[in-house]
Design a protein around this ligand. Structure first.
Ligand code: CMX
Length: 135
C-alpha cells in the first residue's frame, strides 16, 4: 500500500471567489478549473503546485460535509488526497488493516477522478482521500 504522491490538499473556505483572489494575487498561482461536485455538495477551484494541487472547497449546502466542517471548525485544511493505483483493492487493503472507510466503493469526484474517503477517527485526525484517475 504505497500512495504514488499527494494528489491534492483540500481546503474549506467560506467564499470561493475571495479565496481565489488570495491564491492568485498573493501566491501567484493560477486557478485552472472551477467545478461543482453535486454529489459532495461543494464547488471546487483548482491550482497546480508542482505535481500536487490545492483544491478549494466552498459548500453548496450547510448540511453537506464542508458546510458542517466550517460550522464546527471554521475555514482551513479539510483533507489530504493520495493518488493510488487500483483504488477498490487499496480500500479493501486498508479496511483489513482496521481503518474505517467512509466509502466502501469509489465514487465520482472532481476532474473525473474515482475517489473514496477514510474516516478521520481512524487516520489520526486527518480526513484522508484516495483517488485514481483512469486514462
Ligand atoms: N478532518 C478531520 N476531522 C473531521 C473532519 C475533517 N475534515 N470533519 C469532521 N471531523 C471530525 C469532527 O470534528 C468530529 O470530531 P469530534 O467527534 O472530536 O467532535 C468527528 O470527525 C465526527 O464528525 P461529525 O460532526 O460527527 O460527523 P460529520 O457528519 O461532520 O462527518 C465526516 C464527518 C468526515 C464523516 C464527513 O464529513 C464525510 O463523510 N466526509 C467525506 C466526504 C467529504 O468530506 N466530501 C467533501 C469534499 C469532496 C471533494 O473533495 O470533492
Amino acid at each position: 500500500m504505497i500512495p504514488k504522491y499527494i494528489e491534492h490538499i483540500g481546503i474549506a473556505v467560506k467564499n470561493l471567489d475571495d479565496a481565489i483572489v488570495y491564491y492568485e494575487k498573493v501566491l501567484g498561482l493560477k486557478c485552472y478549473a472551477v467545478e461543482e461536485v453535486k454529489d459532495q455538495k461543494v464547488k471546487t477551484a483548482f491550482f497546480k503546485v508542482g505535481q500536487t494541487k490545492i483544491e478549494l472547497l466552498e459548500s453548496t449546502d450547510p448540511d453537506g460535509p464542508v458546510g458542517k466542517f466550517i460550522e464546527k471548525r471554521g475555514e482551513g485544511v479539510h483533507h489530504i488526497a493520495f493518488s493510488v493505483n487500483n483504488l477498490p483493492e487499496k480500500l479493501k487493503e486498508v479496511e483489513q488493516k482496521g481503518v474505517q472507510l467512509l466509502d466502501k466503493a469509489p465514487k465520482k469526484g472532481a476532474e473525473g477522478f474515482d475517489i473514496a474517503f477514510l474516516h478521520p477517527k481512524s487516520t489520526f485526525g486527518v480526513l484522508t482521500e484516495f483517488c485514481e484517475h483512469k486514462e
